[in-house]
Structures are given as structure tokens and as C-alpha cells.
Ligand binder design. Structure first.
Ligand code: 8OZ
Length: 363
């Protein structure tokens, strides 16, 4: 599956995963918009995502979309726990496909980092009288910082419920027209809380040893792969390290990636952090790229690189040096929805990103 030495692709080369071909190696990273009402997508989401399809992205991953109301980070997060969420998302997937992008979605449960206000209204804990709710997690340990809510430790029945919520949500994502599914197992949310010994103090088969801490994610991945069609790609976003001694780290991430590969996962999306509020993270351009490179090489699975990727040559080098199979841009895509077109021009490959017919005269 991975390209042999000397045959590395370039940023604007297409990439086929299972039956899906991305027109280039540029994706829009899932980014919370906090603009939904009861989880329902609206015109903001259509324009936000649609303009980046027009701008030339190959893959567009819809923001963390909750598998249950309690799994939302905030009351403004998207959801896909109900049939009513399907039609507004289907309108978006249809538009993205019409403009040459593959529509993807990240499905998520925020665990102990749920029930927060939207960032422009505080970004802290949402109390019950402000519309907040009781959170759940592997253990009854608060995240800390401004997120003081102590979650309820999940029972065995809760674990089964969450697994069913993920498979049901995957089924609805398919009906909504998504062609790429990502499980959110990063940034201190529910799956990551099970992975990390910092948040998981369980003494049952879902806590303690590495095998036990990865069990929820591996089992859920297996269940999702069984309902998500064989011809469509499945990805998992992980935090490759907690950036805290004694926490989750890159060695465990490599071992997890091997297990996920065996479950039929096509790509590991390599982010980091989010487990504790005060981690010291050496943020520099492309600081997470070495994780994508190492997991790709040592686990033999395709990877996405994400985090402070903004320059065209930087993105091209990541692909051409086989450090990752695709780059996912977040903030840079907020600054410039036409980044792929502008990057092609900067790299002297203007013809690689075609304008929409309506914009030809100005491209
Ligand atoms: C930005 C702000 C808060 C949360 C993530 C869903 O980190 C998020 C998120 C992004 O994955």
C-alpha cells in the first residue's frame, strides 16, 4: 500500500484509497464551527465547507460530529445521533462532490471534555443552569483548568451504549453521502481518555495494561468497520503523544496503529496533545510531522500530517519525502479557502488546480 522508495508522489498527485480517489494530497482538517442548533448543520456549514471544495481541496473532513447529545463539546457542535441530522449534511456532501472534493466526517464523543460553552462565550465549563449536562469518562477525574466538571465513570453498559452510538452514527454518515469516515480518538476526548493512563484509572478490562486501554477504540473500530462499507476509507485521528511523562506516547501510538491496521483502518491522522490543560508543547511549523512519518514507517499504514502546515513548499516536501500520504490544513484553510489554487501557483503548477467554470477569468 505504501509507495516503494523512489516513487514518492507530489502534493498535486491524486491518491486512491479503496474505491475513493482524492484529486490531490490536500485535505481540510476537521474544525469545530460551534454554529449548529441541536446538532443540525445549516448554511454556515455549507458555505464554510463548500468554499474550500471550490478552492481545490481533495478531501474535506466535517468537524467533530457527536454520536450523542452528551458527546458534544458544546451546544453548538454538529451531531449525527438522529435521522433529522441527515438531510442538511446530505445537501453539503452533494455540493462537495459536485465541486470535486471527497466529503469526509469526523465522528466523536467528547467524554470529560463535553459540556463546555462555545469559545466566544467563555470556552469553560457549562453548568446545568446554563444548559450543561453530566459528562462521562473512563474514570471520575476532571480534565482540570477551566473544565472542572467531574465526569461519571462509565459502566460496562455505558461502554456498550457508546459503541452502538458510533456504529449507528457511521450508518447515518453513509446515508448522508459521506465517503470518508474518521473516528476522533485524539485531543483528550473519550477514546483518548481510555488510551491514556492519565485519564484512565479503571481496574476492569478497559483499563490498566496497554491492551486494556486500547480495547474500547479497537472494539469500536471493529464494529464500525463492519457497518462502514468495504469500498470506503476509514481513518482514525490520534494524539501521538500527551506531551507528559507517564502519559500516552509515540511508542504506544505505533503499537496502536498496527492494531488499527489489522482492523481495516486505512489511515492514521497524527495529531497530539489535549489530554491535560498544562502540557508544554514545542509548537513549531510541522511539529507533528515526525509522528506521521514514524507511524507510517514503523506500522506500515498510511498517515495524515496535521498541525502548523501553511507553506506550499512545506506541504510538498512532506508528501515528496514520504513523511505522510496527505496533509491536512486547519487554520491555513480558514485564512485562505483557495489555498490549494494559491499553492499550485506558488509551486509553478498552476494548471494542477482547475477553477470552477464561474471563476475561470480570474483564476
Ligand atoms: C478546537 C477547539 C476545541 C476543540 C479538537 C474538536 O481539538 C476539537 C476542538 C478544536 O479535536
Amino acid at each position: 500500500m505504501l509507495n516503494p522508495p523512489g516513487t514518492a508522489p507530489h502534493l498535486f498527485d491524486p491518491w486512491t484509497v479503496r474505491s475513493i480517489t482524492l484529486r490531490n494530497r490536500i485535505g481540510v482538517s476537521p474544525m469545530c464551527q460551534y454554529s449548529a442548533d441541536d446538532g443540525v448543520a445549516n448554511d454556515w456549514h455549507l458555505v464554510h465547507l463548500g468554499s474550500r471544495a471550490v478552492g481545490g481541496a481533495g478531501l474535506i473532513i466535517v468537524e467533530a460530529t457527536a454520536v450523542s447529545p452528551e458527546g458534544r463539546i458544546s451546544p453548538g457542535c454538529l451531531g449525527l445521533w438522529d435521522e433529522k441530522h441527515i438531510a442538511p449534511l446530505a445537501r453539503i456532501t452533494s455540493f462537495l462532490k459536485d465541486h470535486g472534493a471527497v466529503p469526509g466526517i469526523q465522528i466523536a464523543h467528547a467524554g470529560r471534555k463535553a459540556s463546555t460553552s462555545v469559545p466566544w462565550a467563555g470556552d469553560g465549563r457549562l453548568s446545568e443552569d446554563q444548559g450543561g449536562w453530566t459528562t462521562i469518562a473512563p474514570s471520575a477525574i476532571a480534565f482540570g483548568g477551566r473544565l472542572t466538571q467531574v465526569p461519571q465513570a462509565m459502566t460496562a453498559a455505558d461502554i456498550l451504549t457508546v459503541q452502538k452510538q458510533f456504529t449507528a452514527t457511521a450508518g447515518r454518515a453513509l446515508v448522508a453521502g459521506f465517503q470518508w469516515l474518521e473516528l476522533h480518538a485524539a485531543h483528550g476526548y473519550l477514546f483518548h481518555e481510555f488510551l491514556s493512563p492519565l485519564a484512565n484509572h479503571r481496574t476492569d478490562e478497559y483499563g490498566g495494561s496497554f491492551e486494556n486501554r486500547v480495547r474500547l477504540l479497537v472494539e469500536t473500530t471493529r464494529a464500525v468497520r463492519a457497518v462502514w462499507p468495504d469500498h470506503l476509507p476509514l481513518a482514525v485521528r490520534i494524539s501521538a503523544t500527551d506531551w507528559v511523562p507517564g502519559g500516552w506516547d509515540i511508542e504506544q501510538s505505533v503499537a496502536l496503529a498496527k492494531l488499527l491496521k489489522a482492523e481495516g483502518v486505512d489511515l492514521v491522522d497524527c495529531s497530539s496533545g489535549g489530554m491535560v490543560p498544562d502540557a508544554v508543547i514545542p509548537v513549531t511549523p510541522g511539529y507533528q510531522v515526525p509522528f506521521a512519518e514514524r507511524i507510517r514507517r514503523e506500522a506500515g499504514i498510511s498517515t495524515a500530517a496535521v498541525g502548523f502546515i501553511s507553506e506550499p513548499q512545506q506541504a510538498e516536501d512532506i508528501i515528496a519525502n514520504s513523511q505522510a500520504d496527505i496533509v491536512l490544513l486547519g487554520r491555513q484553510f480558514l485564512r485562505d479557502p483557495y489555498w490549494p489554487a494559491h499553492a499550485a501557483k506558488a509551486l509553478g503548477q498552476k494548471e494542477r488546480v482547475a477553477p470552477p467554470l464561474q471563476y475561470t477569468r480570474a483564476w
